[in-house]
Design a protein around this ligand. Structure first.
Ligand SMILES: C[S@@+](CC[C@H](N)C(=O)[O-])C[C@H]1O[C@@H](n2cnc3c(N)ncnc32)[C@H](O)[C@@H]1O
Length: 296
């Protein structure tokens, strides 16, 4: 189906408004390719018909279908391995210290002592990879009083379609082979029918929630680490700045922001300083007077 300049301008303005994706002319084919099945399913004969419906009144169902169709959900277990190696070697020990330290303060509330947010987590391989590392670390350091319940991992995405898959924790052979070897598959997954299911103890570590990164994070609480990888590339600088500013507000003092390997915040935020762990650069919050202190 053809898409005129006006149709393209209208639909991309709508997409920018609902989820911040900055789609330029060079991605015209992508918009067509991804939205044509949706147009066909609704019986729209042109993009103008879709745009007209969208302009008449807010339609949450149609909006969600557009979000699910237009977002790029590419992910894998232990994607771009270096950040996970750094997390395992450097951050897991520090987070364990932090748990013990917070437990020693009686004023600390009950429940998880360390909070990690994995924003834009797609079908869940990224937060489950974090859960795998933490559970292994806890297992091999048994006896220090730290348990899985001391950690909470919030994983979020804007797309209801990928969130449903992430919650189910079921992966095909192809998906599980991307990032996991045979030993890891046997250790972390159960074979269920022709799929691979994340083991329940790992699934329990991750809470999935729908969160739009372009909306307010004000009721999310404070975090020690935020992973936000391979999504900022789809946003313009205005949106990125707003997101970094929000991250810096909910990260504990000296908490860490972990971005994708091709992403950085140079020129977009003064609230962080870069810090190297192994082969990875992470970003440490410089903002003082946060609710809590962390250890990085
Ligand atoms: C390429 S995937 C990255 C997944 C994972 N972080 C990784 O690095 O493997 C990008 C994800 O960002 C999500 N996304 C796009 N716009 C978003 C927004 N405004 N708020 C939250 N998530 C968004 C998409 O639905 C998609 O699942």
């Amino acid at each position: 189906m053809e898409i005129t300049e006006k149709e393209f301008a209208d639909i991309t303005a709508y997409i920018y408004r609902i989820c911040g994706l900055d789609i330029n002319e060079s991605k015209k084919y992508l918009v067509r390719q991804r939205l044509e099945p949706l147009l066909a399913a609704h019986g729209y004969e042109s993009f103008s018909e879709l745009n007209k419906t969208l302009s008449i009144r807010e339609n949450a169902d149609l909006r969600d279908q557009i979000i699910s169709a237009i977002t790029t959900n590419e992910t894998s277990f232990f994607r771009d391995i270096h950040p996970f190696e750094a997390f395992k070697a450097h951050l897991a020990p520090k987070l364990t210290e932090l748990v013990l330290n917070r437990k020693s303060h009686t004023y600390q509330r009950k429940g998880p002592k360390v909070k990690i947010w994995c924003a834009a987590s797609s079908t869940g391989q990224e937060p489950y990879s974090i859960a795998m590392i933490l559970s292994d670390y806890i297992e091999s350091n048994k006896g220090n009083g730290v348990t899985l319940d001391d950690f909470s991992i919030l994983a979020s995405d804007i797309s209801p379609k990928v969130l449903a898959r992430a919650v189910a924790g079921e992966f095909t052979d192809l998906e599980s082979d991307r990032g996991l070897n045979a030993l890891q598959k046997a250790k972390y997954l159960d074979r269920v029918g022709n799929l691979w299911q994340i083991k329940p103890y790992l699934q329990r570590m991750v809470e999935f929630r729908r969160i739009n990164l372009t909306e307010s994070f004000s009721n999310l609480g404070a975090y020690d680490i935020i992973f936000c990888r391979n999504v900022l590339i789809y946003f313009d600088d205005i949106t990125k700045k707003k997101i970094f500013s929000q991250f810096s507000k909910i990260l504990n003092t000296s908490g860490l922001l972990i971005l994708g390997v091709t992403e950085n915040l140079y020129g977009l935020s003064d609230d962080f300083e870069s810090i190297r762990y192994g082969n990875s650069i992470f970003y440490k919050s410089q903002v003082k007077e946060r609710v809590g202190e962390t250890v990085f």
